[in-house]
Design a protein around this ligand. Sequence first.
Ligand SMILES: Nc1ncnc2c1ncn2[C@@H]1O[C@H](COP(=O)(O)OP(=O)(O)OP(=O)(O)O)[C@@H](O)[C@H]1O
Ligand SMILES: [Mg+2]
Length: 428
Amino acid sequence: MADVLRYVFVHLPGEQEAVPAGVLTLTEEGRETLASRFVYGRNYLTRHGRIPVDPKSLALDSNARRAEITPANGLALFGALRDATPDLWGRRVIENKLRAPPDSLPESVYLDHAGDNRAGALDVRVARDSPSAPGVLPGSFDLEHLVQAADRIAEGEPVPTHLEMIFLGAPGLGGARPKAALRDDGRQWVAKFPARQDGFNVPMIERASLELARQAGIQVPRTRHIRLGDGRDVMLIERFDRGEEAAGYPRTHMVSALTMLGLHEHDRSAGYADLCRVIEQFGVSGHVQADRTELYRRMVFNILVTNDDDHLRNHAFLYDATGGGWRLSPLYDVVPRPMLGTDRYLAIGVGAQGRLATLDNALSQCEQFGLSKPEAAAIIDSVVTAARPWRNAFESLGVPAQECDRVAPAFRRAADIGMGKVEAAARS
Ligand SMILES: Nc1ncnc2c1ncn2[C@@H]1O[C@H](COP(=O)(O)OP(=O)(O)OP(=O)(O)O)[C@@H](O)[C@H]1O
Ligand SMILES: [Mg+2]
């Protein structure tokens, strides 16, 4: 068992350089993290414009002065630091770079190697005076090479020298699918790649689904589709935790809904209504209802397209420095899952019938979203109307008919999943 010390830096809004916020101690045994603790630096606690490293476990209240703070709910690691560490894919990238077997490294190694392109505004350094990791990013012209490198990583083969630019942009990103961060047109983007085991063209379908969500009134970052020389497709989604190149790509602090709730990765108890509590507690005054309504739209959309991978890391919150609180991030990671069964479930709770993916279940607890039954019914109706012509929308974005056929079983007919009860509620 050993204690590992790391300095946590924060890129504060409007400042050129990241500033030290405090010291993280990880107690590790082999590759397992047993416990962690954090102490804020005294200067940071009096600094103008300071922001909490982790809104749930490291709030900047009277507790912040304690000599040692441990994560909420007995978690081994602070959620915000887990969010700033790579997930499954980023771990494979780091292991490839270090020539280490899968999942063989302690958390501190993954934390160290996530680099400058990690999600949100945190940076982790070995010493207080360590320089920041170089913030170079590949460009969209490197895409072919990035995808070739990702193929090698997925197959567990070493990445050859001429493809090593993947080590600049990929280690810091979360999620399981192959991807890399890159720059194009004065902005930063997450490029999501095809994977060998895909049963349909995931990049094209994900992009078309995000665009369909936009039609349903949901906040969606800009997306792009790029076809590679070998005919494979890549999706680009603009990063919402980085600003424009002209401003030096300023960062916005971001944490997952999992972190906001202080829950363990495998906790199955939470639901959309809990995310409403988060919005009420941490949100920005004047925007609470807008965020709850937005969340409601997303839940309804996920039901209609069977996006049942809507787990708590697929929802995020961004720090709003002007409002001094946390806003729901734009939408990301929406992929319809074709299946045959009629009883379908989302990953988190929907309403009185738990995770059951029906429109009447979505209506059942709409008051928790600050919506009356008629208001909720009107939102459901507008999302249903926007999602109904999905095939036309997909085809107009270049999705081949055969790919539409493959995902068609994911799309649900509103009448089959409780629309009748919603319409009755709208009339009452
Ligand atoms: N547009 C974006 N801007 C900033 N960060 C993003 C954006 N899209 C995704 N992310 C971050 O990258 C992570 C991984 O992205 P995403 O969820 O799309 O990948 P995935 O591999 O499909 O995930 P999963 O493992 O849930 O299937 C997200 O959890 C989020 O933290
Ligand atoms: Mg994801």
